[in-house]
Design a protein around this ligand. Structure first.
Ligand code: FES
Length: 156
């Protein structure tokens, strides 16, 4: 028995049956779930895995790989930090540490007031300026913890 509402479950099933191989429907199914809930809850991952006949960790890896998928509680603003090896060499860990300290949350978590969600991604398209971070669609170069605090205060 599906844990999802019937209409959503039927759409996932239709996507799975449309393609020659069920796993080819994975992105469509994940978009359906995210459109329905605003994010991708854990129980829905299990359902996507079941419908597509895939191991759960495969579905989890796909969701983690794509920045467009959000697994946790929704927030008013998303802060994205590149966690790639390349940017790590450019001290992106300093950005992450400063954000964690300022917000009191870890990657993938949302602040209690739902103001910010902290997301790790593989690239934010600012490689040459690293270390950088994004708040919603705005990109900033990390300068200091104080400057970071000032930037975040612009987002209510
Ligand atoms: S690899 Fe980190 S911003 Fe592109």
């Amino acid at each position: 028995m599906s844990l999802l509402p019937e209409e959503l479950s039927k759409r996932l099933q239709a996507h799975a049956e449309y393609f020659p191989r069920r796993e080819q429907a994975i992105l469509l199914c994940l978009h359906e779930v995210q459109d329905y809930y605003g994010h991708i809850p854990a129980f829905a991952l299990q359902e996507v895995a079941r419908v597509l006949d895939l191991p759960l960790n495969h579905v989890e890896n796909v969701v983690s790989f794509y920045d467009m998928f959000d697994r946790g509680e929704p927030a008013r603003h998303r802060i994205r930090v590149c966690v790639s090896v390349v940017c790590n060499l450019m001290n992106s860990n300093k950005v992450l540490l400063a954000l964690k300290e300022l917000l009191g949350i870890s990657l993938g978590e949302t602040t209690k007031d739902r103001r910010f969600k902290l997301v790790g991604v593989q690239c934010i398209g600012a490689c040459s300026e690293a270390p950088c971070f994004m708040v919603d669609e705005d990109t900033y170069k990390f300068q200091s913890k104080e400057k970071l605090h000032e930037v975040l205060s612009r987002y209510t």
